[in-house]
Ligand binder design. Structure first.
Ligand SMILES: [Zn+2]
Length: 104
């Protein structure tokens, strides 16, 4: 996501023709509002893009829920999307983080 932000902010692309092309292809799917990157969505409002640390906190919060129910990764991922967050590996990251939860 950092490469997309840099491309949208100042037009710089990562080294390598393939990497640059990848960013150019992906960029139209995103919108930069101030310092915050959003992923455009056809069906819902735009999803706010988050980095790894923020994603981990979101997964933990949603997984444990307000009642400490420790929801499964599919439910957690769908709830995170409904809350309006996005990151490229959100399904895999959520599945992995929920799988290694010590309290479950
Ligand atoms: Zn758990």
């Amino acid at each position: 996501m950092t490469d997309i932000i840099e491309f949208m902010r100042i037009g710089s692309l990562p080294k390598g023709e393939k990497e640059g092309m990848k960013i150019r292809m992906k960029a139209p799917n995103y919108e930069l509002r101030g310092e915050i990157l959003y992923r455009k969505s056809c069906l819902d409002a735009s999803l706010r893009c988050v980095g790894p640390k923020e994603a981990a906190m979101i997964i933990d919060d949603v997984h444990k829920g307000s009642c400490g129910l420790h929801y499964g990764w599919r439910i957690v991922t769908e709830r995170i999307k409904r809350l309006g967050y996005y990151w490229p590996r959100m399904y895999a990251d959520t599945a992995e983080r929920v799988r290694v939860c010590q309290e479950c």
